[in-house]
Design a protein around this ligand. Sequence first.
Ligand code: ADP
Length: 607
Amino acid sequence: TAVANGRNGKVTVEVTIASDKIAAVEVVKHSETAIISEPAFERVPKNIVENQSLQMDAISGATFTRNAIIAATADAIEQAGGDASEWKNREGQHTEAGETIEKTADVIVVGGGGAGLAAAVSAIDQGASVILIEKTSSLGGNTLLSGGVLNAADPEWQAEAPADKGEAEELENWMNMDVESFPEEYQETFKTLQSQIKQYLAGSKDYLFDSTELHIIQTYYYGARTGLDGTKIYGTFELVKNLAENGLPTVNWLAEKGIEWQKNVSEPVGAMWRRGHTPTMPKGQEYTIKLGQSILNSGNEYILETKAKSLIVEDGKVVGVEAEQSNGTKVVLHANKGVILTTGGYGSNTAMVQEYNNYWKNIPDNSKTTNASGSTGDGIIMATAIGADLTGMGFAQMMPVSDTKTGDLFTGLIPRFASSYIFVNKEGRRFVDEGSERDALSKAAFNQTDGVFYMIADADIAEEAKWLTDPEVEVENGRAYKADTLEELAELIKVDPATLVEEMEKYNSYVDSGVDPEFGKASFLQKVDVPPYYATPRSPAIHHTMGGLVIDVDTHVLAKDGSIISGLYAAGEVTGGIHAGNRLGGNAIADIFVNGRIAGANAAKGN
Ligand code: ADP
């Protein structure tokens, strides 16, 4: 038995050696990411046993897991008296580039995250034949790593949830705002919203209010920003309206495709309101598995480890894609009707984030990211090469609550509701309204010692955090701290105990009064007073790149002169114009499915 470090922690491998040969390699324990790591678990043991060698091809997207299984097996070989370096030099599994593959379908989809999967399934719904290509060895992209929460106003469903403290006050704030302060195209929507709020406030106020109009206005308002160079940016009205109005129909469409929604409303960090729909399986797994299966069930295909390199243009129309597989095999795909770019953003391409940045004072070379490895801006590069226009590229979102060591989003204890977040800095002091937008939280975090803070939780919040992680496993793996008293917790995270206790007492008193005089936190879910207590270290990491290709409401990609690039569609993080300078938590999942679905339907018809 041997252990090596993978992507998320220790990978334990059992190796059976008999007569100087490896008879079996079995991974017996790990905490690697579901779906992404599977190709490594399937291929590496098989390759070792078949070839009696530790050499083999790379596995795009699962490199850390692949390497961990190989490293642990090498350790086992040494334990058995063998020479691991000799095993590493033996010729192993290797595939050479084959003949060029050429295929034709009505619709070619590039990128197998949420937007691509939705586009493919929606095109298939319209009777189109579809081929989806994905450059890594598994479907899912950033969608798989996300919390999977989809914002959509569904007032009837939300009215079943009791109102939270602070929410009515927040609605009153909208009532006090001047219509004229909104851009002209948003004013009618804002007036409708004010009349809805007026009616709500005149009633019992005991249930959770929402409306499509509130979703539109919040997406606009919290996304409007000014860049370092003074450029002002806000979401394109038609695109924002499209997002909000198609939210609920898309939730229902996903249910038809087999997504089982949880009963309760949720609110991811920086969502600014409770309107989140959450699948039953953790993170983005359910979308990835069920929509991927839906493509196969229809008799269509997705091809993994196939990277699109350029778009084929004939007579001004996009008619296909040139791609290459990991082993060098060339792939030429012809589209009868259209090509859909769903390649995601560029959060894993730090140089590209730095190149366009117009918002953060400094993006260091060693910045961490929450992103999947495939998010390198390929779709943006391919489309601009044929004249596509870009918007909002200066604005990349930092995820304030990321793992300090890996940038991962979901390690430690992450409550379901942003209202249950309590942040303290290394001095043990709160420093921000934890219910703020993501950029405000990140800016505040960067101003703290080492840019690091702790999310404090008690037993009740830990229970709530189980929607994503097992608190005990997180503590065991060193990603969270646990203690029976706040004083002991403070010792563990090297904070002055008296300060932390005082801070939590203050916080609990604010929950009682419903008013946070220090930072103005508006919605409070619960006190922090049930032992044991937990602390999860966090810092900001590159998360969502809000800029991208300019699209219209039909998801056509537009050229610099505003004309439609015939045959080319785009959806999801590869596009810009919706979230502007700051994306609300839960709006990306809404965006990818709303627009992926529209792109698929339009491309299928060649509209
Ligand atoms: P979205 O949320 O917009 O769907 P994701 O990040 O979830 O974005 O998915 C984008 C997917 O596209 C990822 O799985 C990524 O690996 C894939 N991808 C990126 N570039 C290419 C490319 N050149 N060819 C094929 N797939 C790509």
